[in-house]
Design a protein. Structure first.
Length: 220
C-alpha cells in the first residue's frame, strides 16, 4: 500500500486524544512529502543533522520531534525549530536545551524518558529521578523549556502481558507526576508493533515509522 493509504488506515482508527508522530528517520524527502500531502504534519527523527536537512527543505508548518538519544553538543542545531524533544534523560540535557532555546527566544517542550522496560539496553530515568527534576529549583528557574509529559519504551518481546504491564506502569507514573505538574499532558509510548496496546494503557502520542513508510534502510 502507499504511504497515503497506510496513514489513512492508522489515523482512521486512532482515538481523538492520540497524536500520531510519523517516524521518518532514514526516509527520503519524497516519502515525507507524500505523507505531508496526505495530511501528516508531525514527523519524528532520531538524528539532528538529518532532521535539520529535512526541516530546511520541507514546508515550515511541520512539527519536528526529536525522538532519539540526545548529544548535548548538537542541541544548538535544532533549537531554532524543534517542537518536542522526547528523550530527555537528565538535568544536564534540560539545562542545555534551555540555554539554546533562550538564544532563539523560544520555549521548547520536553518529555522526560522513564525506564519502564526490563531490558538493560533501554534508556531512561527512574520515577524518583523524574520527580526530583520536576521539583528542582534549577528546572523551576528555566524559562525556555516546558516539561509536558513522559516518554517510555517497552521491552522488545512477544509477551504482550509484559508490554501491557510496562505501559501501565508509565501511565501510573504519569498520573502521580501530573498531580504535581499541571502542564503534564503527553504520554509518548507505542510504536508500530505495540501502539494499540499502548493506547489501551493510556498513551496520548504514538511513534510509528515502518507501518507508514515501510521497512527502513539503515545502509544509507
Amino acid at each position: 500500500m502507499s504511504i497515503q493509504e497506510n496513514l489513512h488506515n492508522i489515523t482512521s482508527q486512532l482515538p481523538k486524544q492520540v497524536t500520531l508522530v510519523a517516524v521518518s528517520k532514514t526516509k527520503p524527502i519524497e516519502a515525507l512529502q507524500e505523507a505531508y500531502d496526505a495530511g501528516q504534519r508531525i514527523f519524528g527523527e532520531n538524528k539532528i543533522q538529518e532532521m535539520t536537512q529535512k526541516w530546511e527543505q520541507l514546508p515550515k508548518d511541520i512539527e519536528w520531534h526529536m525522538i532519539g538519544n540526545l548529544q548535548r553538543n548538537k542541541i544548538k542545531y535544532m533549537a531554532e525549530y524543534v517542537s518536542l524533544i522526547h528523550g530527555v534523560e537528565n538535568l544536564k540535557l534540560l539545562t542545555e536545551i534551555n540555554k539554546q532555546a533562550r538564544k532563539h527566544n523560544r520555549v521548547i517542550n520536553c518529555l522526560l524518558q522513564i525506564k519502564i522496560a526490563e531490558e538493560d539496553t533501554k534508556a531512561g530515568m527512574t520515577p524518583e529521578e523524574a520527580k526530583n527534576i520536576i521539583s528542582s529549583e534549577d528546572v523551576l528557574d528555566m524559562k525556555n523549556i516546558k516539561i509536558v509529559g513522559l516518554m517510555g519504551m517497552a521491552s522488545f518481546t512477544d509477551n504482550q502481558d509484559q508490554v501491557a504491564h510496562e505501559f501501565g506502569n508509565l501511565q501510573t507514573i504519569f498520573d502521580a507526576l501530573k498531580a504535581e505538574n499541571s502542564e503534564f499532558e503527553t504520554i509518548s509510548m507505542g510504536m508500530s508493533s505495540d501502539y494499540k496496546l499502548a493506547i489501551d494503557n493510556g498513551s496520548t502520542m504514538i511513534r510509528i515509522g515502518s507501518s507508514i513508510f515501510g521497512a527502513r534502510n539503515y545502509n544509507i
